[in-house]
Design a protein around this ligand. Structure first.
Ligand code: GSH
Length: 241
């Protein structure tokens, strides 16, 4: 049975797993879970991921959730080139340092921009208080500054000279605000040069293909299933407002 990867490419962690598998020629079956159709709540998907979130994988009888766990599992299982998940103790620790920080330090902030600036007001027609958006943008600036000063410094990539899982997990999150028209690269030449290096290493065609939904996020937001909107509304209020 081939490796199954459950994905929706509107999701940042899904893009990291998708890009990693494609880039490393890992054979897999793309199992599409359309989040805005509420497909994650099906009984069948519940057997793959208790938390009903993507990404998730099924490798024979083995199921796994959480993008970081999945990425490191795939790196180890398929023996991908060392730079992705370096064997050197301190270089690997550098990768883990970013992977540990990013959950709250980057994802918890950058990921919300698309919701608060596009999805919630336009697709769900719920008002977002201006102060809420303003304070999120301030937090985003703080995260990006920390990313540049602490994690990137003057190196080409987070772990040094070569791209690693840390850069991959970072880029998919930092691209997410673009979907809401917030171009974080415009005023940050260092960040922008890093993005170009990461895109070149991944391969522009694969990078752009994986981000297609982000480039078309406004159009996509108009296609959300009305029944899924009703499921999401209470969750949205709890999570974001
Ligand atoms: N910590 C998890 C986060 C997974 C996650 O939050 N996935 C979102 C999409 S980005 C999801 O599936 N949400 C569906 C829902 O909450 O209904 C990971 O890194 O894989």
């Amino acid at each position: 049975m081939p490796l199954e990867i459950y994905l929706d490419l509107i999701s940042q962690p899904c893009r990291s797993v998708y890009i990693f598998a494609k880039k490393n020629n890992i054979p897999f079956e793309f199992k599409k879970i359309l989040l805005f159709k509420g497909e994650q709540y099906s009984e069948e998907f519940g057997k793959v991921n208790y938390f009903r979130k993507v990404p998730a994988i099924k490798d024979g009888d083995f199921t796994l959730s959480e993008s970081i766990a999945i990425l490191t599992y795939l790196a180890e299982k398929y023996g991908t080139p060392d730079h992705w998940y370096p064997a050197d103790l301190q270089t690997r620790a550098r990768v883990h340092e970013y992977l540990s920080w990013q959950h709250s330090g980057m994802r918890g902030i950058a990921g919300k921009i698309l919701w608060l600036k596009l999805m919630i007001p336009k697709a769900f027609e719920i008002d977002v208080p201006k102060e809420r958006m303003d304070s999120l943008l301030v937090d985003l600036e703080g995260s990006l500054t920390a990313f540049e000063e602490k994690f990137l410094q003057d190196k080409p990539f987070i772990a040094g000279q070569k791209i690693s899982l840390a850069d991959l997990v970072a880029i998919v999150e930092i691209m997410q605000p673009l979907g809401a028209g917030v171009n974080v690269f415009e005023v940050r030449p260092k960040l922008s040069a890093w993005k170009d290096r990461v895109r070149a290493e991944i391969g522009p065609a694969l990078f752009d293909e994986a981000h297609q939904m982000i480039f078309n996020a406004e159009e996509m937001s108009k296609t959300i299933d009305p029944s899924a909107k009703e499921i999401f509304k209470p969750k949205i209020k709890k999570m974001f407002l």
